[in-house]
Design a protein around this ligand. Sequence first.
Ligand SMILES: O=C(CO)[C@@H](O)[C@H](O)COP(=O)(O)O
Ligand SMILES: [Fe+2]
Length: 238
Amino acid sequence: MALAQIYPSMLAADFGRIADAARAVDGHADWLHVDVMDYHFVPNLAFSPDTVDALRKVTGTPLDCHLMIDDPDRWAPGFAERGAANVTIHAEAVDDIARTTDAIRAAGARTGLAVKPATPVEHYLDDLHRFDLLLLMTIEPGFGGQSFMDEVLPKIVAARRLIDERGLDLWLQIDGGVNRETIERSAEAGVDVFVAGTAVFGLDDPAAAVESLRALAVAAAPRLTGGAARTQPASPRI
Ligand SMILES: O=C(CO)[C@@H](O)[C@H](O)COP(=O)(O)O
Ligand SMILES: [Fe+2]
């Protein structure tokens, strides 16, 4: 059994009330997802290591940083040093996977590999053991509020099979367009970690939205269980 985990994406929060948004899902969100964008890797700008500091002051929920930036080799370890519990780097941007994942882990964080919808996971098979999480983007990265790309579903099925057959210790995460309508088929395909921005912070009751998304995922996939967020270790690798 795998834990069905819901990570609200802070990109969809009201930027004038980020702390309130984080607190609104305390005890419900498994982790918080923090998008980092640099105007180069994606045509948008968002969040920084200072955001990690600020969020850590207002919530004990672990932080999952999704780096959509050029040169993650240089910048990713800094997010771990500031206290991010997971730092995900993009396959399309990283130069030296072994050196960068070693540096992230040495700073006490878990680490993830993200791939855009058109990037094949097969190119990175020999490196998957260096990661704790595999993020399959279900939108083109850069903006929240986009539609889920159903064409990624076969890639999710293949990744789930690969993880299970090889016995890899990898959480399978998706990000983009996750909502009440798309979460069930993603769970059936093999996802266990769901990032959701608009479908959480776009609603009047973000905590209830998290619980209801998790319940839908668990009901759709027999391999998933709905353990409560509070049963999770604050930072599994530390
Ligand atoms: O990484 C990204 C966007 O590039 C995401 O984390 C978005 O924040 C997801 O937003 P929704 O599609 O759930 O609204
Ligand atoms: Fe993201």
